[in-house]
Write a protein that binds this ligand. Sequence first.
Ligand SMILES: *Cc1c(COP(=O)(O)O)cnc(C)c1O
Length: 367
Amino acid sequence: MIPFLDIKAQYQSIKGEIDAAVLGVLASGQYVLGDEVAHFEQEFAEYCNVKHAIAVNTGTSALHLALLAAGVGPGDEVITVPFTFVATVSAICYTGARPVFVDVEPVTLTMDPAEVEAKITPRTKAIVPVHLYGQMADMDAIKAIAERHGIPVIEDACQAHGAQYKGHRAGSMGLSGCFSFYPGKNLGACGEGGMVVTNDDDQAKTMRMLRDWGQEQRYHHLLKGFNYRMDAIQGAILRVKLRHLEAWTEARRTHARRYSSLLAGSTVLTTPVEAADRRHVYHVYAVRSRDRDGLQRLLSAEGIPSGLHYPIPVHLQKAHADLGYQAGDFPVSEAAAREVLSLPIYPEMPVRHVDQVVAALEYAYVS
Ligand SMILES: *Cc1c(COP(=O)(O)O)cnc(C)c1O
């Protein structure tokens, strides 16, 4: 049996370090924020090559705070993509702003910069590209448009820890960048977690207050805040895991290269493309096929799990029907939703499992 991902394998590989970190927190009596979280913030900021990192309880909270600090509120519009996890759009709705969608590029499945300018109105207060599957969106092109209109860019980097664009780390190119440490993400807590990074001192100060009831000093509430604080145990675990992230990322990239070279030349599916000057961190390894459902059945018959990221674009989700979009509005996203299939990938994945997945696909399809 081949797992889609095996989080326990990662724990087993660094069990001594994790257990010591958790026991240290239990003994410290400092269970929320505190020294472990502060150190993790510093280390993650260094990793992203930014000035500030603000630890929070989820990636969704990170997006919410980044939008609020950028001044997004009721009556505003925020441009993003419909081909993403629903949280990107939910965070925009939390602020009272209206999500305005633009389609994705057919090759990278990230925000198509050519679509952005036509959607900008006087109410547009932010642009939120999503670094889907672990590959950064075309940030230079998106930033050029944003700067022309004086609109901030907030990166949804929840799938893209350590990804790069022309040498710049994910999260470091926008006004702020948002990360998730949900267990299955490339850097995952043993529970929930998130982070916002920024080079802007004022944004950082505002987000630090907002995550902790809007206070700078205890019981002096300057802003209407939230309880979005990170647990100390998660901070301690994430500090340990951050030290291994580069090696894990390289392992993902090695698996992805093997999949792509073995599947090259298939007549039935195409493999993901790493765009020039980008470092893809393969949170998801998604192939594309007109016969996606057939491929999924074939794998499943061989006991191989696969995933769909994502089968329904957000503009066609019932929860967001009030936005008034219809089928046909975003043809590239809609085709991707029908055609993408995510294959098992995680750093500890045995190479023979990669070969078994390929063999199962080859059996019927690869010519
Ligand atoms: C996981 C994810 C989120 C939300 O992160 P949580 O930690 O689950 O709240 C947001 N956007 C994208 C693209 C994600 O993959």
